[in-house]
Design a protein around this ligand. Structure first.
Ligand code: SAM
Ligand code: SF4
Length: 488
């Protein structure tokens, strides 16, 4: 057994098929190892995956969970009680890093009491060399560190963790980080968090190199999945009861570049909309520079596509946008957003805005406020600029002092809230479709659902409604959500 394990984990696949064959072998080996450990413990081993950051990470976590369950682990809701805890990290902003390291320190204290507990760290932070070194040096109790490119290879890493003492007599941290990959491995086990909705990766990585952003360095070059694989996955999801899919990519509008088949994101959307059982389609994220008229037409003509587009602005100042390497001006953004509003009535437009980018002046903030007013955003994530080592913006002069950033942040946030509250109130009194997602956390006599335009609605109901699309009258606008009542 020992020899064959070593052989399997050391094989070097040359393509996605060979990789998948290795994944399958590793899954079999991991199953046996987990079963042995469960027998020794007299109970099933449990796992917990804690996810930081974006929808991409959430989807990766579902893959990790799927692999762990395939290997025989059972899900444990309490992170502190699990036998294997995985942290799927984010490094887009430094405060996410700080938060994570604080958390990791506290889990180290738990591991002292339960030395058999296994801890893994993956995701964007692990791809950063300095962060990785910090984990290995200051948190040596971590059992496994891997990155964003080898999530599909997790079964093999699991085998390495479970056999490391037998293999080399040590309990040292297993570390495997790939700099990049051009492989996309399909058919990995997945454990979805929701029965009725699912994220679907349509592409990985990013080629845009916005000057402030670390994503292209930690997620690698852009690669699109084949339309056949995407459609086959969504068809299976629909057969399994999924009604809503969220197509995921850092820049979905450039979907298809580099594929042998000539296909655009708009034509992929048409194919997805033709799948029986899929009733709602969302996507994230649209880069304004690549948003085509064809895409606007497809959204307008396809009721299954939700009336919501997330269109990150980043800044309203053309000067700052140029420095950010965003490839559009203030005026081009406004024209695009207003064109979308005109062609798709009722669509909600949300955005991301960074405040405090190097060199940003009051006049630049005035421009950002002007865009917020002209486009009338339905919602915005406002972020304080975070210096990411290795990005061009990190070494720019004129980093903005903290007190100025704070003042500008408050100004932008107040404007966003004023405008988005007005936008939300526009549909008060209407009857609209709601996909019911959960029991309301504060009041269990209510359920929580989502409108096509992405606003949340809370209304009286019970568990039997979860996963159903029902008509709800929007009785009371509460700023950024609604209270409603079901219309039978
Ligand atoms: N690919 C998406 C796009 O370009 O629209 C965005 C993905 S990024 C993970 C999400 C958001 O994080 C960005 O839109 C940007 O507003 C924000 N962000 C990225 N780098 C940042 C930084 N260094 N400081 C603050 N916010 C940042
Ligand atoms: Fe980052 Fe820009 Fe790529 Fe979005 S498009 S992930 S902001 S580099």
């Amino acid at each position: 057994m020992k020899e064959s394990i070593t052989e399997v984990i050391n094989t070097e696949p040359n393509n996605s098929e060979e990789e998948l064959a290795r994944v399958r072998k590793c899954l079999e080996i991991a199953k046996e190892l987990v079963s042995e450990r469960s027998q020794q413990a007299g109970r099933n081993l449990s796992y917990h995956v804690t996810t930081f950051g974006c929808q991409m990470n959430a989807r990766d976590s579902e893959k990790l969970s799927g692999i762990l369950e395939e290997c025989g682990f059972i899900r444990e809701d309490d992170e502190l009680c699990a036998d294997f805890v995985i942290y799927n990290t984010c490094t887009v902003r430094d405060n996410a890093n700080q938060k994570f390291f604080g958390h990791l320190g506290s889990i180290g204290a738990i591991k002292k009491k339960r030395p058999e507990m296994m801890i893994g760290v993956c995701g964007c932070l692990s791809q950063e060399e300095s962060a990785r070194e910090k984990i290995l040096k200051s948190y040596p109790f971590v059992d496994l560190v891997f990155g964003t490119h080898n999530v599909f290879d997790f079964a093999r890493l699991l085998v390495m963790v479970l056999t490391r003492e037998a293999q080399n007599g040590k309990r040292a941290t297993v570390t495997e980080i790939w700099d990049d990959t051009d492989m996309i491995v399909e058919d990995i086990p997945i454990r979805r968090n929701f029965k009725f909705k699912s994220g679907v990766n349509i592409m990985f990585g990013c080629n845009n190199f916005c000057s402030y952003c670390i994503v292209p360095y930690v997620r690698g070059r852009e690669r699109s999945r084949s339309p056949e694989d995407i459609i086959s996955e969504i068809t299976k999801l629909a057969d399994d009861g999924v009604k809503e899919v969220m197509l995921l990519g850092q820049n979905v509008n450039s979907y298809g570049r580099g594929l042998d088949t000539k296909i655009t994101f708009a034509s992929l959307l048409r194919k997805v909309a033709a799948i029986d059982g899929i009733e709602r389609i969302r996507f994230m994220t649209s880069h304004p520079k690549d948003l085509s008229d064809e895409l606007i037409d497809v959204i307008a003509d396809t009721p299954k596509i939700c009336r919501h587009i997330h269109l990150p602005l980043q800044s309203g100042s053309s000067r700052i946008l140029e420095s950010m390497n965003r490839h559009y001006t203030k005026e081009q953004y406004i024209d695009l957003a207003l064109k979308i509003r005109e062609r798709v009535p009722g669509i909600a437009i949300t955005t991301d805005i960074i405040i405090g980018y190097p060199g940003e002046t009051d006049a630049d903030i005035d421009d950002t406020i002007d865009v917020i007013e002209k486009v009338a955003f339905d919602g915005a994530f406002t972020f304080i600029y975070s210096k990411r080592t290795g990005t061009p913006a990190a070494s720019m002069p004129d980093q903005v002092p903290e007190d100025v950033v704070k003042k500008n942040f408050d100004r932008v946030l107040a404007k966003v809230q004023e405008i988005s509250t007005k936008q939300a109130a526009k549909i008060e009194g209407r009857i609209m479709d709601v996909l019911v997602e959960d029991i309301n956390r504060q009041d269990p006599s209510l359920v929580t659902g989502r409108l096509s335009n992405n606003l949340n609605v809370h209304f009286p109901g019970d568990e039997s409604l979860i996963g159903k699309i029902v008509d709800v009258k929007l009785t009371q606008c509460k700023g950024f959500y609604y209270i409603g009542e079901r219309i039978q």
